[in-house]
Structure formats: structure tokens, C-alpha cells
Design a protein around this ligand. Structure first.
Ligand code: SF4
Ligand code: SF4
Length: 113
């Protein structure tokens, strides 16, 4: 007799499920380098830029190889105390959010160290 753990269950519409893709936008000059967005991103999309903004803070950028990893969960947007980061849904030609368009935009002038 099979136990409950032997029975694999999944939603009937699982094959139709689409994971959304987000595009990350950072308003560089607002960032205070608190690190909340890096810490709470479930897919670890973000790392600190080696560059700093005009206030001297390292701001988040999309990590190499993670350009398509943002799932537009918006945790970073919700948790940022400075309203310095947000994401937008990347839509495919059918108008659904799930394609491989480039992600990882930053907004505002970058400042060299
Ligand atoms: S929206 Fe979610 S997955 Fe995308 S960068 Fe923010 S926390 Fe990470
Ligand atoms: S949560 Fe906001 S202020 Fe903190 S590091 Fe991320 S973008 Fe910068």
C-alpha cells in the first residue's frame, strides 16, 4: 500500500504554468547600501556593484548569469526603505510575462569609484 508521500500530486494545469520574468531597475542615487534587497531576493539575483553612487554607497546590480533569474516577486521593491529598486514584468509577444529579454537596468548616472 502506498503512503501519502509516495503519491505525487500536482495541479492539473501545471504544464501551463508560466514563471514570470522581471526586469530590475535601480535608482542608483537613492540607494543606501542597506543590503535588504540582496538578502531577501529568493533567487539571489542581486549583488553589489563595485561602483558607488555620489553618496558613496555600493548599489545593487544583477549578478552575472542571473539576467533571466528575476521572477518579479517584488520583494526587493517592497522591502527597500529608500524606494530605490523596483521590477517590471517582461512580456513576450503574446503579451504574457515570460521571455528572455535582457534584465538588469540601472537608472541614473553611475559613479566611478
Ligand atoms: S523581484 Fe524578486 S526575484 Fe526579482 S530581484 Fe526583486 S526580490 Fe529578486
Ligand atoms: S534595499 Fe534599497 S537601499 Fe537597500 S541596498 Fe537595496 S536598493 Fe539599496
Amino acid at each position: 500500500m502506498k503512503s501519502d508521500s509516495d503519491v505525487k500530486r500536482q495541479p492539473m494545469d501545471m504544464p501551463m504554468a508560466r514563471v514570470p520574468q522581471g526586469e530590475v531597475h535601480v535608482i542608483i542615487e537613492r540607494c543606501k547600501e542597506c543590503g535588504f534587497c540582496l538578502e531577501y531576493c529568493p533567487t539571489k539575483v542581486l549583488v553589489y556593484s563595485p561602483k558607488i553612487n555620489t553618496k558613496g554607497y555600493h548599489y545593487p546590480i544583477v549578478a552575472d548569469g542571473k539576467e533571466s533569474a528575476c521572477v518579479h516577486c517584488r520583494y526587493c521593491d517592497l522591502i527597500c526603505p529608500e524606494l530605490a529598486i523596483y521590477t517590471t514584468l517582461v512580456e513576450d509577444e503574446a503579451g504574457e510575462g515570460d521571455d528572455d529579454k535582457a534584465a538588469g537596468k540601472t537608472v541614473g548616472p553611475e559613479t566611478d569609484q
